[in-house]
Design a protein around this ligand. Sequence first.
Ligand code: 13P
Length: 256
Amino acid sequence: MARRPILVANWKMNLGRSDEALAFFRKIRSGLNEIKGVDLVICPPTTVLHQFAELLAPTRIALGAQNAHWEEQGAHTGEISPVMLAGVCQYVILGHSERRATGSNQETDEAINRKLKAALTHGLTPILCLGENLEQNRAGQTDAFVSGQVRAAFQDVEASLAASCIIAYEPIWAIGTGESASPADANRVIGLSVRGALAEIYGEDVAQQVRVQYGGSVTPENISAFMAMPEVDGALVGGASLKPQFVELARRAAAD
Ligand code: 13P
């Protein structure tokens, strides 16, 4: 089955001031807008989401948030609910390792499952992040860990909704380190552990529909090698999405 590739820029906690975000966007806008053959999504900080909803409306580029709570409203200081995002953006990153139990927000698998279901209920497309740390990788636990993360995230999610989700396999040791996984390893983990777990839960049809990205030190230099892998449907890009060369990266992602 041909899955359309998708490239997502995760700006993390950068370019969150309106003037700097706009200045950078002006540098990449026309270049990105010419690119066909790959879905493009920018996930800027929450502070500029509304501004980007307007900026991106006339372009081919979609908008995503970097997090959402599972509740619709209430006493959750500093959180953002899926209701607040619906109508502003189309995508939301969930379960990034920088927010999971390993990161700064202590998010558990259970919390991520609740967030995924809430996002889907409100019409947002989740970009679910998962991946093993260095210790797990070295101990040969990658496949068991990653498939466990898939099972936990999709608990009680119905098949038609699961099929619409994006998953990003991001080994923690590859994030921001300049040391990406090898394309062959990423391909193997995505095929075996991510799609394998999806197939166990939902069957092969759904497993083949879900778009799965690789993330972790993706650059203009290595993107083509990842895109050439049959299981890799795109990339979730951090650091390299903050540079004008992101346009070249996107061109190469579309070329394959
Ligand atoms: P880098 O591309 O900076 O390694 O970040 C990857 C990432 O965490 C994207 O979500």
